[in-house]
Ligand binder design. Structure first.
Ligand code: ZN
Length: 158
C-alpha cells in the first residue's frame, strides 16, 4: 500500500553530514505514524508521501528543515556543586530553558568546578543527508491514530 495519512511506515535510515560523514545509522528499523503527527521531520514525510515499501531516497536537508539552528542561549555554565556526583562529559540530563520548558542538556566540558552544558540537539545547525529505505507500510490501527503514535514492535510501548 501507499504511504498516506494514518499509515504506519517502517524504515531504515542513515544520517550523514553535508560532507558525507556518517553521523547515525538505525540499528533497528524505525516505525512512525505518517500524517503530520510530528513523529518525524516534515520534509521526510513530504518525500515519502505516496511512496511504497522498497522506496529509497537520499534527502539533503538544511539545518532549519532538520533539527533547527543552534540556540546559543541553551549553552550554560553551571557550578559542579549543583550536580549529583558522577557527572561525566557526554552525559545527558533534563533541565529547563529560560522559558521553563523541559530540555535535554548534554555535558560538553567539565573545567575545574564549572560544567558546560549544551541544550541544543547534537545535529542542530547541521545540514544533513538522510538515506532512507522504506521496508514496510501498513494501515495504522484506530488506537494508534487516537494516540498519534505507533504501537508494537519498534513502536511505542505503554
Ligand atoms: Zn499509544
Amino acid at each position: 500500500m501507499k504511504i498516506e495519512k494514518n499509515t504506519a511506515v517502517t524504515l531504515r535510515y542513515k544520517v550523514a553530514d553535508a560532507q558525507g560523514k556518517l553521523l547515525e545509522e538505525s540499528r533497528t528499523p524505525m516505525v512512525y505514524l505518517h500524517g503530520g503527527y510530528g513523529n518525524t521531520l516534515p520534509k521526510i514525510e513530504e518525500a515519502l508521501e505516496g511512496r511504497m515499501s522498497g522506496y529509497q531516497a537520499t534527502l539533503a536537508l538544511e539545518p532549519q528543515d532538520a533539527f533547527g539552528l543552534r540556540d546559543e542561549s541553551l549553552v550554560q555554565t553551571i557550578p559542579k556543586s549543583q550536580f549529583p556526583p558522577g557527572i561525566k562529559v557526554g552525559g545527558q540530563l533534563e533541565g529547563q530553558d529560560q522559558q521553563g520548558h523541559t530540555q535535554v542538556f548534554t555535558v560538553m566540558k567539565i573545567k575545574g568546578d564549572q560544567v558546560l552544558l549544551d541544550g541544543n540537539h547534537p545535529f542542530a545547525g547541521k545540514a544533513l543527508r538522510f538515506a532512507i529505505t522504506v521496508t514496510e507500510v501498513r494501515a495504522a490501527t484506530p488506537e494508534e491514530i487516537a494516540h498519534g503514535h505507533v504501537h508494537g514492535e519498534h513502536g511505542h510501548h505503554h
